[in-house]
Design a protein. Structure first.
Length: 139
């Protein structure tokens, strides 16, 4: 299974843009392969990545699995928040932001907000309807 995933990841890296590969494929981790059932399970670290990978890449990953094992393999994608960590532990570089753009959404005006623009939210009227001036009336 590990050999398959390394070969599949290398092939997908050649086929995709660096951003697509880093965002969608790197965070995935192979979980198990059942040789009797010819069934492969691949984990994604959050629901958004899971749904996107299933809709956009499941066909290609399944085709790579079928080519590798020279048989009809069923690929199942599962949710596992530790998938990025497992990918790194197994020698597959994990994404630097395992939660992804939508994986850990946080209100930027909330106490303890993090990120490069978190300090800007209160100054620009976070939580106000669009087109409304900030609550403090500044311009």
């Amino acid at each position: 299974m590990q050999d398959f995933w390394q070969a599949a990841a290398a092939q997908l890296e050649r086929e995709l843009t660096p951003q697509q590969f880093k965002t969608w494929i790197k965070p995935l981790a192979p979980v198990a392969f059942d040789e009797n059932a010819l069934s492969l399970r691949i984990a994604a670290p959050n629901r958004f990545k899971l749904d996107w990978v299933k809709s956009q890449f499941s066909g290609r990953i399944t085709a790579l699995a079928c080519e590798y094992w020279e048989a009809q393999v069923s690929v199942h994608f599962v949710l596992d928040p530790t998938a990025s960590g497992r990918a790194a532990a197994n020698g597959y570089p994990a994404a630097s932001n395992p939660g992804g753009a939508y994986g850990a959404a946080q209100d930027p005006a909330a106490p303890g907000a993090v990120g490069p623009a978190a300090h800007l939210a209160p100054a620009y009227g976070a939580g106000q309807p669009m087109g409304q001036p900030p609550a403090h009336g500044g311009q």
